[in-house]
Each structure stands twice: as C-alpha cells, then as structure tokens.
Unconditional design. Structure first.
Lengths: 462, 288, 300
C-alpha cells in the first residue's frame, strides 16, 4: 500500500476536487439545454419553454459530487482491495464451496417449481397474479429467448441483432394458424418452432458468409423487414391493430381454461373462479420450455455439432482446415436458435391473447442480446441471472409507488424503466465486460474438469 | 533414418501441374509443377515472398488457383482434383490436413476439445447427424470412446497428455505448434501440410518437432512442409523443392538442392549475370 | 419526367441528411472498429438542441433573421452534441477499449436507450412541432424546389468539403488516418491516440447535429424517438457505401435517400423501408464489404 493510493491523501483529495469541479462544469453545459430548459405546449398548442434551474443544479451537483467521491474515495478503495487481493494471493479457487454454492442449480430449480405455490400461500390468489405473471412468466420468457440467442451469439459467435424476428414468426404463426384454422396450442407450439427455424434457414442461408458487423446489420435489417411486413400486410396480419382473441392453451386437451366450457379446469376441480390457475399453468409451460432449451443446449454442446459451433466462434478458418462445413454449421446454429425463439413466440401469443408488431421492435432484440452478453456469453446460469436482474429489476420499478411520496404525485416510475435499464447495461459492462459468468465449462475432459477463463475464449467475428 | 514397418512406395500422392495464381496484376505463382511422393517428407523452400504459402493455400483450398491442376491420389487409388473441391472438402474427402504459419488453435477450448473438434466429420456421422446422438445410441457412444482414444494417442505423441484439460491458449508456443499438428493428425490425413512448423521454436522444441514429424511419416502419412530453417529442412526432408518469384528453380534430394548454384544464388542474392557465371562454371566443371 | 426529377430532388435532400449522419458511424467504425449505436440518438440530441435554441431565440428576438437563427441553431447543436459525444466516449467506451468486442457494442446500445429515454423524461414524450422557418419555393417548370431543400444540399456540400479537407490535408486528419490503420503503431510514433479518437467522436457528433438541425427545419417536428429510424438508415447507408469509407458513407446516404423517395413515389410508401433494407441485404450478399469498402482479405 503506497501512500498515493491511501484514502484521504491530500494529492488524491486535490485531484478529486479538481475532477469533481471539472465534471460539474461539463455536466452544466451538457444539461443546460435539455434539463435547464423545459419545452411544453401551451393552451394554444404552441411550443413554449420555461427554465428549470433547480433541477439543473441537482444534475450538476450529482455529477460533481459523484465524480469527487469516485476519484477521491471509491477508486482508491477499489485499488487497495485489488492490491490486497494480489498480495494475499486469493487467486486459487477455494475448494470448500458452501452448500448453497454446490447445489445452486438444484435449489434454484426446486424454488422455481414451488414458486407459484409459495406465492399463492403468501399473497393469496389475487396477489399471486402479479407475482406469477409479471415476474415469473415475464422473466422466464426472457430467459428462454436469451438462451435461444445464446446458441447463436454465445456458442457460434454469430452476432444476430434481429433475433426478435423469429420470436415474431413464432407468435404470428400461432396467432394466425389458431385463429384461421383453430389448431390447438399443443399442435402449433412445435409448428411455430419449426416455422421459425425454417425462416432462420431462409434468412440465414444468403447472409451467413458475411462477417462480423455486416452480419449484424443484415440481421437487424431482416428483423425490421419482418416487422414492417407485419405492419403493412394488413389483409393477413391486421397491421398495427394486431390479432386479438388468440386461443388459450388447454391442459393437453383434457381441461380448458376458457370460461363456460364443459371441461373447464376450475369447474372440473371444483375451485372458485380465478384467472390465477391459468397463469400458474402458463408458468409451468414456460418453465418446461426453458428447461427444454437448457437441456438441449447442454446436450448439444457435448455433441460434435455443438463443439463445432464453439470452434467456429474461436477460429473459422481453422474449422475449415479440419473439414468442417462452416456454412451448414452456422445454419444449424441459426436454425436452432430461431426454433427456440419460435417456441417462445408461440407461448407469448397464447399468454397475451394478443399480438401486434409493437412487441417485436428492435429494442427487444437489443434487450435479449444485452441479457446474453451481461450474463456471460455461453453461460446458461449467468444468462438466467442477468434476465432476472434486468427484467425483474425493471418490473420491480413498476411497483415502487412509494416513490410518489418522495418525488410527488406526478412521478411515474415506469417512465424511468428503460432509462434505468440502459444505465444498468452500461454499468454492468463497465465493471464486468465479460458478463456475470465469464468462464467456460469444457465439454470433455481427461482427468479433471476445469473452467476455462474468459480471457482465452473468443467472441467470434461472424 | 529408419522407415519403420510401413512400406515405402514410390507412387505420387500429390501432383501439381502448371499451377498459376494471380493477385490482381501480381503473378504470385507462375506455371509451377511439382510432385510429392507418398510416405516422404517433401519440403518447399525459397526466399520470402517466393509464393510458398500461396502454393499451400491453393492445395488446401483457401485460394482458387488461376490456372493449373492439383491431383491428389489416395491410398485406395481414388483421385481428387483439389482445385475443384471446396475448402472444407479437401480435408474431409481428399485427406489433406494443414497447419498455419501463425498458429490457429481454438484457444478457448481445452487441448482435448481441440482434438475432438478435429474428428468432427467422423463423430457427426456416428451421431446420425446429432439425432441418434441426442438419443444416446450405443454406436455413438462407442464412436465417442474411440475419438477420445485417438485424441489420447496423439496427445501422447505430441507430449501434451499432462495439459489435456488446459485451454489451448494457455500452452507455451512450442506446445501450441505440436498441438496444431496433433489436431491436424486427428482428421486422419494422408497428406499433412505444415506451414513453417519450426518457426519460433527453441532448439529443444525444434528437436521434439523433428521426432514428431518422423513418427508421423513412419505411420505412412506423407508430409509437405514449408520451412525457413535450413537445418530442419536438410535434416528431415526426403525431397526438396525450391521456389523463387513463384517459379521452381530446383527440385531434388536435399544434397542436390544444397549444391544447386541457382539455389545458392537465390539465397545469397547474387546478381543475375553472376548466376549465369556460376552456372557456366558449374557446367564447365561438369564437362571436365 | 418532371415527377422523376422532383423525386430525385427530394431523395437528394433526404440522402444528404443520412449521409451526414452516416459519416459519424463510419468514422467511429474506422477508427475503433465499433458500431456506435448511440450515434442516431446524438443526431436526435442535435435536433432537440436546435429546437430549444429556436424557441429561446424567437421568444427573445422576435424578428431575428432566419439565416442567423439557423446558424445559431446549428452551431449550438454542434457544440452541444460534441460535448455529449466526447463525454459518452470517455465514460462508456474508452474504459472498454481493447477488451471484449461485444462489450462496447452493448454499452453503445445501452447509451442509445439512455439518451432517448433521457429526452423523453426531461422533455416529454410528445412530438414537438415548430412553426415553419423557411418557406420560400422556386418553380422550375413543373418542378418545385424549396429553399430548405437547397439549403440542406448546400450546407451538406460545404460541410463535406470542410470535412474532406480536415481528414486529408491537416495533421489532425493524418493522425486520424494513422490511428485507423494501426492504433499501436500510431501511438508509438507519437500520435495522441486518445485525443484523436475523442476528436473523431466530436467531429462525428457535430455533423450529426447539423443533420439533426436540418431534419428539424425540414420536417418542423422533433421527437425523442427520432434517433432510431434515421439512425438505422444512416448506419445502413454507411454499410452500403462500405463502412470505414468516407466517400462511401456519403454515397450510401444519397443512395438510401434516392431509393426511399423513388420507391415511395413509384411503388408503395408503406414498403419504402422494406425496400431500403432489402437492397442493403442484396448489396451485401453480392458485395459483402459494401460499394466502396476495401475488400476484406482473409489472411490465412
């Protein structure tokens, strides 16, 4: 510990003051127009403006004080900790992991299976709606989507910015086929997946020889094309109005969740009418779909095809020199990822009962990709945690009505949802550029399975 | 050098005829013909920029030659025109494997995984293109065991068994070179093309490499190699081809090539008229 | 024929705006190899800065000459977005330089979300209309050319020339090109790489701000959402022209503008964006590095 890194050292403090002031000046000019001035429409609908010096002062103060604290205290503290760590040599992995650590996956799975019952027990039927639907189902949909995209981006290293297209294909396949032909959910679920995979092959085939960022932009373009077609092909898709009244999933045809039917689930079991049973049922469907995705991913990673995906991410030219057909390998990754997107889409359609192009904007692709990267590419656990933190976190924000007490009755926390989501994306990346779980589990071993540090794995360029 | 139990045949494994490669206006290879014989180590040498790597890239399908024919004959007599195959079909169908001048390993995969990826096509077939494998068919399980055995075999040959579970990117340079060769061998090649395998190795690693190459040859695999290090070339190759400015200037046994005045001139950089002088003297000497 | 020329002029106007924004994408990509997803939102910030300056200036000086007003709007916008982009690069991109390739892409997407939501929160989600600033129109036979179209094309041309001059004829431009070729080597030879990259971000932002200001003048409305669609189109333009190539960005911008207006005129306005993206996909499939991009040689 040298004197210069010590907290409170005059040099550090002087520097912190300087940097704080600098940040204050910079932020004053940055926020001068956008925060200091408010534009609004008056009674005549003409645009006028007024000043908000108080708010501007708060912004500037936060920036200056934040920078001062970071430079003066937080950074020296972090440096010190890093130094102490390096000195004591805690680098070796601790052998005696806690019980919780070793059985983390089992515990998590048991918790998920019991989750609806726990929620029913603790907050009752009405309260559970929110916890099962907004938290449980919502997060699991993103987990599934992110795990599906993980095959493309995390394993095969293909940057796909239009993944939401396959989600849309799945959702519209279910919505259209069920409303035009009346097919059941259980028939259409696999069909939606297959259709999405087919689209993955159709879109993938011409573009997979593109590399890196070119592939990214073309996939983004395809995502937008599919959305625009959904908007404009009004004869079939009903355009921006969307398709409503999509059939609910039934309990494998035995019991229905539509009210008034003879085999109604609630009536058959003599329960009091509530929509919570359907939500719980949906929760288990998406949980099962997630488990299927995870199982297939884990199995495929150990198969030659999965290894070829990862090899492709590491070095495409070397793959070709070993006789691997990189085009079909990429296509299978693309199609497999698309298939899971399609499953998720069909589920989404039956859960909402309504689909419209609004749900399949680029932002969704970005959010899913962000979850994959924030979680740590290739790591199922990391991705699930990232989905929980990012999606769950923004959902929690909806619930924070107590903030109204602090910020006044006009305060709507939802408005800040995406703002905070974006900030969280930046902050997590700055501190953990390789995501929550940066290491990679090898798929085969001779003597012992040791995780591969993230510094060796590549992120692909195609 | 002992040739082991394999029978040394004199038939040709690779025949390059009138190969030309043009990059824009630059003639990188100009009407080159050469042969590599089965069971031999053939070295391709020449000054920097002579077009050696370009020849390699044509043989292994990374470049499509402007003109010429590349014929590969497998042990069972099947012939392949390499210039007509796609790059990944050359290792898959024709049995040609290669390494790279700047090592290309799957650095985030373990050493063992690198060797398993190399057996992709065999395993893919055994897994019924993934479907049977997912269902856990016994034929696939047996194929997996066999693939691990093969990987172990080459790990042993390349002296990498202790590092099998480490990421490939973590190995020292010499070990990475050996791993790249072991990985190429896991594709069951009949012709192994090595692009400067000894570059950057220390003398001990270089010696280990020579042993490995001899073992590979003794298994009946033919080797074509590019090398700068003359001592390596002279020690291990059976046949040397010298290139300069995309053209062949000499072809023969190491001893023959070593004394070829054109080669000496190319390496020492003598003026053209001096070369003619040297050749003239040589011819005179021959006449005596 | 007149109709065609009319559409050509409209396309040229729109294309100029896309081209200016595309330069920012292409420069940043050229110099640090990163898709700056937030660049479209920088364009939007430029538009908002111009909007606010317009409101303030017109309420204090009612009879302010339009030329001066426009100059003021664009200048303040340039300063403002330059400052923002400089800060963004410092805070969100620089710490990740040289690390995992996807990390800066994710922070850039995050930044894009932050910027558009920041404006939504601070300025409100509604469209912000302003009264028309430039209304003069010239008639050349059956063809109508508005003064604002002329202004956009002329301002773009002037800026492009200035920009071309900076990149090709000044020490700063040389430093930029050197950094683009080989960052480490440039640093070894005494180029201040950090400063060069910062200046590149500022320059890109300034061009985007001008585009944003002109977009506001042309359409007379600004919205927090404005960053996305024009941003994606400008990025498409950069890729179409060959990302990393400055003339390519301009060419791509003009092409996108022309495709859009001609498609709307002759086929269907609803599918104009589909046409743009489909043409992008086609061009890339047959010429994977764009029209003027250097072909990527696979080094084996």
């Amino acid at each position: 510990m040298t004197a210069s890194t010590e907290t409170g050292h005059p040099n550090v403090l002087a520097k912190a003051v300087r940097e704080g002031l600098f940040a204050g000046v910079i932020s004053f000019f940055m926020f001068l127009l956008f925060v200091g001035i408010e534009t609004y429409q008056d009674i005549n609908n003409a645009l006028v403006w007024r000043t908000r010096w108080g708010l501007l002062a708060i912004f500037v103060a936060v920036a200056a004080v934040g920078r001062f604290l970071t430079v003066g205290f937080i950074k020296p503290h972090l440096d010190q900790r890093k130094l102490a760590k390096a000195k004591s040599g805690v680098l070796e992995i601790s052998e005696s992991k806690s019980f919780f650590h070793r059985h983390f996956l089992k515990i998590a799975l048991i918790f998920l299976v019991l989750y609806p019952f726990l929620s029913l027990m603790i907050v009752g039927k009405q309260g559970s709606l929110k916890y099962v639907d907004n938290f449980g189902i919502q997060i699991l949909i993103y987990v599934m989507l992110a795990w599906g995209l993980n095959i493309v981006v995390g394993l095969a290293g293909l940057l796909d910015l239009g993944y939401v297209a396959f989600y849309a294909v799945g959702a519209y396949s279910y919505a259209l086929l069920s409303s035009y032909f009346g097919f059941s959910f259980w028939l259409l679920l696999p069909m939606s997946g297959i259709l999405a995979a087919l689209w993955g092959v159709i879109l993938g085939f011409p573009v997979l020889r593109l590399r890196g960022d070119y592939l990214a932009i073309v996939t983004l373009a395809f995502g937008e094309i599919i959305r625009l077609v959904l908007i404009n092909w009004t004869d079939v898709t009903k355009g921006t109005f969307g398709i409503s009244g999509i059939a609910k999933a039934s309990f494998f045809g035995i019991w229905s969740f539509d009210t008034g039917t003879a085999n109604n689930f609630v009536r058959a079991w003599g329960l009091s009418a509530s929509s919570v049973y359907y939500k719980v049922f949906l929760f288990y469907i998406i949980l099962a779909l997630c488990m299927l995705t995870a199982y297939v991913t884990i199995q495929l990673r150990r198969m030659p095809i999965g290894r070829a995906w990862e090899a492709l991410r590491e070095d495409e030219i070397a793959c070709r020199s070993l006789g691997i057909n990189t085009v079909t390998t990429k296509l299978t990754a693309f199609a497999t990822g698309a298939m899971f997107g399609g499953f998720a889409g069909a589920f989404f359609a039956t859960r909402q009962g309504f689909v419209s192009p609004e749900s399949f904007v680029f932002l969704e692709s970005a959010v899913i990709l962000a979850i994959v990267v924030l979680g740590g590419m290739g790591s199922l656990t990391g991705i699930a945690i990232a989905a929980m933190v990012m999606v769950g976190g923004t959902e929690v924000l909806r619930e924070m009505s107590f903030l109204k007490v602090v910020f006044g009755p006009d305060f709507t926390p939802e408005l800040y949802r995406m703002l905070l989501f974006g900030l969280a994306m930046i902050i997590v990346m700055l501190f953990k550029p390789r995501g929550f779980v940066g290491s990679r589990e090898p798929t085969a071993f001779l003597k012992e399975r040791r995780a591969v540090s993230g510094s060796f794995t590549k992120e692909g360029h195609g | 050098m002992a040739l082991g139990t394999t029978t040394m045949t004199n038939d040709t494994i690779l025949k390059v005829e009138h190969l030309s490669m043009k990059f824009g206006g630059l003639m990188a290879i100009n009407d080159l013909s050469l042969e590599a014989r089965r069971g031999e180590i053939t070295a391709l040498i020449g000054p920097n920029g002579a077009g050696k790597t370009t020849v390699f890239n044509c043989i292994t399908g990374f470049y499509k030659p402007t003109m010429g024919m590349l014929t590969l004959q497998r042990r069972d007599g099947k012939e392949f025109l390499l210039e007509r195959l796609r790059d990944f079909e050359i290792p898959k169908l024709a049995g040609v494997a290669r390494t790279f001048q700047n090592i290309r390993l799957f650095s985030g995969l373990t050493v063992l995984e690198n060797l398993l990826v190399a057996q992709h096509n065999a395993l893919m077939k055994a897994s019924g293109y993934t479907l049977l494998g997912l269902l856990g068919f016994p034929t696939y399980r047996r194929a997996v065991d066999a693939s691990i055995e093969k990987a172990k075999y080459w790990l042993d040959k390349a002296d990498l068994t202790d590092r099998a579970d480490d990421p490939a990117g973590d190995l020292p340079y010499g070990a990475q070179r050996r791993l790249e060769i072991a990985r190429a061998m896991c594709t069951n090649p009949e012709l192994l093309c090595l692009d400067e395998p000894a570059a950057g190795l220390n003398p001990r690693e270089s010696a280990a490499l020579n042993t490995l190459l001899h073992q590979i040859r003794d298994e009946g695999v033919s080797i074509l190699l590019i090398e700068h290090d003359m001592s390596v070339v002279m020690q291990i190759s059976d046949h040397v081809v010298v290139l300069e400015y995309g053209q062949k200037i000499s072809d023969g046994s190491p001893d023959h090539v070593k004394n070829d005045p054109r080669v000496i001139a190319a390496y020492l950089g003598v003026e053209d008229d001096e070369v003619e002088e040297v050749i003239a003297i040589e011819l005179e000497g021959g006449n005596h | 024929m007149e109709y065609f020329i009319q559409q050509l002029i409209n396309g040229l106007t729109l294309g100029s705006i896309y081209g200016l924004v595309a330069i920012g994408y292409t420069m940043v990509y050229g110099i640090i190899g990163m898709i700056n997803f937030a660049h479209g939102d920088i364009f939007m910030l430029g538009g908002f800065a111009a909007l606010i300056v317009f409101l303030i200036a017109t309420s204090f000086f009612a009879g302010i000459p339009v030329a001066l007003l426009l100059l003021l709007m664009l200048l303040v916008g340039m300063l403002m977005t330059g400052l923002w982009n400089w800060t963004i690069e410092r805070v969100a991109y620089r710490p990740l330089r040289g690390s995992f390739r996807l990390a800066p892409l994710i922070t850039a997407i995050g930044m894009s979300i932050v910027l558009s939501n920041f404006i939504q929160v601070t300025q409100g989600p509604r469209n912000k209309p302003i009264p028309p600033m430039v209304t003069d129109v010239f008639h050349l036979g059956a063809i109508t050319v508005s003064l604002k179209q002329v202004l956009i094309v002329v301002i773009t041309a002037v800026l492009l020339f200035a920009f071309w001059y900076i990149v090709n004829k000044t020490p700063l431009g040389r430093a930029q090109r050197a950094t683009e070729q080989d960052r480490k080597m440039a640093a070894l030879l005494g180029v201040d790489v950090d400063r060069t990259i910062s200046i590149t971000f500022i320059m890109g932002a300034a061009l985007a701000a001008v585009a944003g200001g002109m977009y506001l003048m042309y359409y007379g409305v600004a919205s927090f959402n404005d960053g996305f669609i024009p941003g994606v189109k400008a990025f498409t333009a950069a890729v179409l022209g060959g990302i990393g190539s400055l003339p390519g960005a301009v060419l791509g911008g003009l092409l996108i503008g022309l495709i859009e207006s001609l498609w709307s005129a002759y086929f269907s306005i609803a599918y104009k964006d589909v046409a743009t993206f489909a043409i992008l996909a086609f061009v890339l499939i047959f010429k994977p590095t764009g029209i003027l991009g250097r072909p990527e040689v696979e080094k084996v």
